[in-house]
Each structure stands twice: as C-alpha cells, then as structure tokens.
Design a protein around this ligand. Structure first.
Ligand code: ACO
Length: 360
C-alpha cells in the first residue's frame, strides 16, 4: 500500500551512512572526517580539508601536497577555457557565470574530474569578476594555494597574508556540511551515474537560492537598511510584521548556534580594520536573536554560518554579487567527496510522491 504521510522537507529522513561529516544540531558541533571544524579552519586550510575529505575515495586523497599539486594543475588547465567563458557570460552574475563554466567542461576530459571542477571554479570566478570591471583575466600561479591564487587572480597582485589566511579559513570552514540541499542534489544526480561534472553543476544550481547559499548578500543589505545599532529593534519588528525571513538565521539541523558562525566571526577579527563593523554586527545579531525569541517563540532559531560569512567576505573585499559563487569554491570539495561516496556504495535515489489529483 502507498504510504501517504508526506514529509515535504525530508526533515529527519536519513538516506545514507556517510564518512564525510556529522552535523550535531543539538550540541552545535560540526565534525569533518574526525576533526572539529574549529581545528580545521585554524590549522588545516582548504587543500588539507579537500585531501581529508577525499581520503580513500579519490586519487591522492589523504595527501595534502598531492592535492595542492593537482588543484594547481587544474587551475592551469581551466584557464584555457576562460576566453570562451568570458565571451559566453556577458551580463550574467558570477554564480550564473560559474554555471556556464561548469557546463562547458566535457565528460571526456582526461584530468581527474574532482581536480578539474575544484580548480576551475576559482579560475572562472576570478576571470568573471575581472571581466565585469573590463579587465582581462590573469593566469593562475601553480605555486600558490587556492586561496592565495584566487585573491591574486582577482586583485592582480598577492593579497596580505591575513587576507589569504582568512579566505583559506573560510574555504575550509564551508567545505562540507552533511546532507545540505546542494550536497543532497549532487548525490541524487551522482546516483543516476551521470558523472562528477554533471553532479557538481546540479549542486551549484541548488546552492544559488537565498535559503541555502545565497543568504550572505541579503545579510549585508539588512545591515545597510539598519544603518545604526539603535535602529535594529524597530527594523526587525517591521521585518517580522511583513513576514520577512531574517537572512543568516535559522537552520534545519542546528537548534542552537551554528558553530561555523563563531569560526568565521573569529576570522573576521584577524583582518585589519574590522573592529567597528564587527561590533555593529554583534549588536544586530543580539537584536535579531531577541526579535526571533519574541516573534517566533519556541522555534529555536539562532545564528547560522551565513551571518558572519557576510561580514568576512565583505572584509575580504569580495563584491556582494560574488558571495554565493565563492561559497561554491569551498563547498565543491565536499560535493566531490559525497559524489565519490554515492558512486561507491549508493543506489539510485528515488523517493515516492502521493498522487492527490483526479483519477480516471
Ligand atoms: N527568520 C524568520 N523566521 C524564520 C527563519 C528566519 N531566518 N527561519 C525559520 N523561520 C521560521 C519560519 O517562518 C517558520 O515559522 P512558522 O512555523 O511560524 O511559519 C519556522 O521558523 C520554521 O521554518 P521552516 O521554513 O520550516 O524551517 P526550515 O528548517 O525549513 O528552514 C532555513 C531552514 C531555510 C535555513 C530557514 O531557517 C531560513 O529561511 N533561514 C533564512 C535563510 C538563511 O539564512 N539561509 C542560510 C542557511 S545556512 C546554509 O544554507 C549554508
């Protein structure tokens, strides 16, 4: 008999065992391949986290130096696609441009596809940002890490060490996070054996909306509208009266504060001249939590990763239009890991629906 109880958001539905990460929503804890996220952000960096995630699943997984080399070679390979990409993406936002760029990569590409996509995204993003300013793209430097090279390719010269470290910590922090919407999408597509590039492209599309990866830009819009901490309470009451969701708050799994919020807040504090903005954000956050308790009592809504992502990416001088695209540059490592895991042991993901239309 057909099951008729509908769970539209799949809350609490467990569809796989995974070795990748554990999101403990009650304790506010994130573990990635056995390591606390706080440790990975502070000590490991993006290449190290990618190596960790790919351990036992991909060529050179577990070997940070080899991963660094593989990603550098992939950036060089991807740069060959840049003229075609720039010509095809005029007028598109950065995340729309990345969508085109991934779509241009052939399944027949001989380079291992996890390297190819992870190397392509930073190269494409930098080229798209420069093209938007009428500047030509800069070739990658294979001696650098992803974070160092991305900032260099965007700015035209190496950034200060604090900026490079800040971006590296960000990419490491967001690299994986359980079965979020984009990762699940990647696994659904991988479950049909469509291949890694198609699965990553699908994941990118799932990351684009404001409820998943697109929240940090609107967080800054909220800061702009609030302007001064003393305006926050009235602005927030008005937002709730209009039924607006507060961007950077709430999470399906976390019922307490998202641990990545503090990791990124601490990273912002390491960057020059952020004290004033950070103090303002902390005040807005306090007011927002108070407003959530007042207007949504019993809902257990707290700060999520996107609130301090907004502040960090602003401090790194990343344009707002590129926030979601930059998230993808980090999360792609996790997507690849989950695609490998799905391909290795998973069956086709094919749930059921409950027909409520007319019958013949
Ligand atoms: N602001 C105001 N109210 C909220 C918020 C919010 N940010 N989040 C949830 N709620 C309320 C809902 O209105 C609903 O209230 P109601 O029962 O009175 O109607 C209740 O909390 C439950 O909401 P759901 O939509 O069922 O919660 P769900 O788990 O499906 O949503 C989500 C999770 C999408 C993250 C949600 O909290 C949200 O929209 N947050 C804002 C967008 C955001 O910050 N996204 C980034 C998430 S982190 C990431 O993706 C990397």
């Amino acid at each position: 008999m057909l099951q008729t109880r509908v769970n539209s958001g799949l809350d609490g539905v467990v569809v796989a065992d995974t070795l990748m990460s554990e999101v403990d929503g009650e304790a506010g804890r994130l573990i990635v391949r056995g390591h606390a996220i706080e440790e990975l952000a502070a000590e490991t960096g993006f290449e190290g986290v990618a190596a960790l995630l790919w351990t036992d699943f991909a060529q050179s997984g577990g070997d940070e130096a080899a991963v660094r080399q593989g990603l550098a070679a992939a950036r060089v390979r991807a740069f060959a696609e840049v003229p075609k990409l720039v010509a095809a993406t005029k007028g598109l936002t950065p995340v729309e441009g990345l969508r085109v760029g991934l779509g241009m990569l052939a399944d027949s590409e001989p380079m291992p596809h996890h390297y190819l996509v992870c190397g392509a995204l930073p190269v494409f993003l930098a080229a798209l940002l420069r093209a938007a300013e009428g500047k030509s793209a800069l070739a990658p430097d294979p001696t650098l890490t992803t974070a160092q090279d991305l900032l260099r390719m965007v700015r035209g010269k190496r950034a200060d060490a604090a900026f490079e470290k800040g971006l590296d910590a960000y990419l490491a922090t967001v690299a994986d996070h359980g079965f979020n919407a984009s990762t699940f999408t990647a696994r659904v597509v991988a479950s049909t054996r469509a291949g890694l590039i198609s699965s990553v492209l699908a994941a990118l599309c799932a990351l684009k909306g404001p409820l998943h990866g697109g929240a940090p830009g609107p967080v800054l819009d909220m800061f702009d509208e609030i302007g001064k901490p003393e305006n926050a309470a009235a602005w927030l009451d008005d937002a709730f009266a209009k039924g607006t969701r507060l961007m950077g708050f709430g999470h399906r799994i976390y019922k307490v504060r998202d641990p990545r919020a503090d990791v990124l807040k601490n990273t912002v504090a390491t960057l020059p001249q952020t004290a004033g903005r950070l103090a303002f954000a902390v005040e807005v956050e306090k007011s927002a939590i108070a407003a959530l308790r007042k207007h949504k009592p019993g809902q257990r809504l707290d700060t999520n990763v996107e609130f301090y992502t907004a502040l960090l990416l602003e401090a790194l001088e990343v344009p707002r239009s590129a926030f979601t695209a930059l998230f993808a540059v980090g999360r792609v490592a996790g997507w690849c890991a989950h695609i490998f895991e799905q391909e290795k042991g998973g069956r086709i993901i094919r749930p059921q629906s409950n027909y409520v239309g007319p019958r013949p």
